[in-house]
Design a protein around this ligand. Structure first.
Ligand code: AOF
Ligand code: ZN
Length: 364
């Protein structure tokens, strides 16, 4: 049997493989798998590439062939035990004669879970929880969606070093570099939906489209948070380049001709939890929240900003609009504490990824 160090190393590779599916598996998870032969040599690797395609285990077993017999499989998510778009991976692992299965994270999807128990019942040795933290982070959007029944939110902003997203006169173009903006496009294209508030639509008339290059023909859904239904009929966000949903209050009186999503009011705006549950029902796993600060403040206040993606330019404004509007903090005790997950230089700018110190999606 492999040592805990070997388990961690092979699972780290499985987590890396899972990431290859980033942006193309929705509404399914990112999953990676490494299969060792009985002698402990890597016999096959696989990952889940697109919904409806082979699961990671099946892809890795296909590469391993007969060498899987008596071997060990490392999977970032508990193998499924159901027949959905494809057959059960528990069965595929048993048929291949795998002797040991190492799992990072338990499958929260009640329709598919049960693979670990099935494997154990058939005499396979099962180890769970290996490198669970890394596997959780790699698949956080889908895990939030599957556990909480709502879409996961990445709030993106660009700001100067002193945290400002626009100058005093409202001008805000090109705070960050072309390299940072290209990175934003990549991150945005991996989302299932792009969300903006009516303030941003009225001020900037953004198209909110993303250049998706995975060949799937997929275009992220555009969502405007527009409590009273004030989106101009000629706004670019209503053009035919991508589908658009305009979220308005249940009782909003609006002449707008668009796909309207009526939601309960909440604290002067809309109930954003209800929005994210409605989006999840439409198989939106991850949303990319852009603009503006008022809407972002509402998401933060309602505890619904799961990940913060900040592009910080080495520049100072000293006055002008803050990146984040009121977020329900009156005193320092109420501060929203985050932890940094990652930082990198993108051109001259700094990219920071942070998440709430007490995330809502993590199992307690
Ligand atoms: C995947 N890829 O590698 C694994 C999954 O839609 P289906 O029938 O393909 O089943 C999707 C469910 O299967 C998914 O929600 C998850 O619970 C489980 N495991 N899914 O798409 C994979 N291992
Ligand atoms: Zn499966």
């Amino acid at each position: 049997m492999e040592t805990p160090e070997q388990d961690a190393a092979h699972m780290a590779r499985a987590v890396e493989l899972a990431g290859h599916g980033h942006g193309s598996t929705s509404p399914n998870p990112l999953v990676g798998c490494v299969v060792l032969d009985a002698a402990g040599q890597v016999a096959g690797e696989g990952f889940h590439a697109y919904a409806g395609g082979p699961h990671a285990e099946v892809a890795a077993l296909a590469r391993a062939g007969e060498r899987a017999r008596g071997g060990t499989a490392y999977v970032t998510l508990e193998p499924c035990d159901h027949t959905g778009r494809t057959g059960p991976c528990s069965r595929a692992l048993l048929d291949a004669g795998v002797a040991r299965v190492v799992i990072a994270v338990t499958d929260p999807n009640p329709k598919a879970a049960g693979g670990a128990a099935r494997l154990r019942a058939h005499g396979v040795s099962v180890t769970s929880g290996v490198l669970a933290g890394a596997a959780e982070r790699g698949n956080e959007e889908w895990l939030t969606y599957a556990r909480l029944g709502r879409s996961h939110v990445t709030w993106k902003f660009a700001a100067t070093l002193d945290g400002r997203s626009a100058a005093e006169d409202g001008t805000s173009q090109w705070i960050t570099s072309p390299e940072a903006r290209a990175d934003v496009h990549r991150m945005r294209a991996a989302a299932d939906a792009i969300v903006a508030g009516i303030g941003t639509v009225l001020a900037d008339d953004p198209g909110l489209t993303a250049r998706v290059r995975d060949g799937s023909g997929r275009t992220p859904l555009r969502v405007v948070i527009d409590t009273e239904g004030h989106t101009p009929q000629h706004a670019r966000v209503l053009d035919d380049k991508a589908p658009t949903l305009v979220a308005v209050a249940e009782d909003a009186r609006t002449p707008l001709k668009a796909d309207l999503l009526r939601l309960p009011r909440h604290e002067g705006g809309l109930d954003l939890g209800a929005l994210l549950r409605e989006l999840a029902a439409r198989e939106v796993v991850g949303v990319f929240l852009e603009g503006g600060p008022t809407l972002a403040g509402s998401f933060v206040r309602q505890g619904l900003a799961d990940r913060v993606l900040a592009y910080v330019a080495p520049a100072l404004l000293g006055s002008g609009r803050a990146a984040l509007g009121a977020a329900g903090v009156g005193t320092i005790d109420d501060v929203h504490r985050l932890t940094f997950d990652d930082f990198s230089l993108i051109g001259p700018d700094l990219r920071l990824i942070a998440r709430p110190a007490h995330p809502s999606s993590r199992e307690q």
